[in-house]
Design a protein around this ligand. Structure first.
Ligand code: ADE
Length: 227
């Protein structure tokens, strides 16, 4: 998968993809993330990328011409399956959406800043709008990092144990069961004996029960989604 990201603050995106699972994905050639500074397409000597909004009101708006030039330059290199704008008024990201997007080949992510981007970009280029939750960030960069992380780990071959993403929380609309590692007794805090029993069937039953119990207590709304 190839992901281009358009950002006015590209430095914010220098580190997130250089560690752990996403780093491994890049090293294995399964994921390539390129961050592009929107200012490269800025206007004039000052490389202007935003302006006051028509009709008045606080906050700057990213210029339609700058974003159009940026998008068209990148789209000339690569055919995008989705052009995604990160915005608090988009559809709220969930595991199902990440699963769906992880099946695409080429993505362009646009990070807004200031008050937002000129609406004509959304109307004419953007194919999908995603929010990472009902709160407002200073820009779309951290949201883009969240999206790329959640997609990247789903790409086949990225996780060591191919099955492990299948057991993540939210796959099947369930939270994941609790996990333990050595020692089995620490300060008299004991690991549930069933996990030490060696009986795979009992362990699986216990995990299913725990997952269901946890989901009922913490996120009953997820169980309604199955109906
Ligand atoms: N930009 C600002 N806030 C955001 C959010 N919650 N999700 C996605 N992009 C954003």
């Amino acid at each position: 998968m190839h992901i281009d990201i358009l950002s006015a603050v590209p430095d914010l995106l220098q580190s997130p993809f250089q560690h752990s699972i996403l780093q491994r994905a890049e090293q294995k050639g399964l994921l390539k993330v390129d961050v592009h500074d929107i200012r490269k397409w800025g206007i004039g000597k000052a490389r202007q990328i935003d302006d006051y909004q028509y009709g008045g009101g606080a906050g700057m708006v990213m210029l339609v011409e700058v974003l159009t030039n940026a998008i068209e330059a990148l789209a000339a290199e690569r055919k995008y399956d989705e052009i995604i704008f990160l915005t608090p008024d988009g559809e709220t990201l969930n595991q199902g959406i990440s699963n769906e997007i992880s099946l695409k080949n080429n993505l362009l992510l646009i990070c807004g800043h200031y008050k937002g981007i000129d609406e004509r970009i959304r109307e004419n280029f953007v194919t999908r709008e995603i929010s990472i939750g009902d709160y407002v960030l200073s820009g779309g960069e951290l949201a883009a990092a969240v999206l790329v992380d959640s997609i990247g780990r789903l790409l086949p071959g990225v996780l060591n144990d191919e099955t492990s993403a299948l057991f993540d929380s939210f796959q099947d609309n369930m939270l994941a069961p609790p996990v333990y590692t050595r020692p089995s007794n620490f300060r008299d805090w004991e690991v549930p004996p069933v996990l030490l029993s060696g009986n795979d069937r009992l362990i699986e039953e216990w995990r299913d029960e725990q997952a269901l119990d946890r989901t009922k207590k913490r996120r009953p709304d997820l169980l309604d989604l199955d109906e």
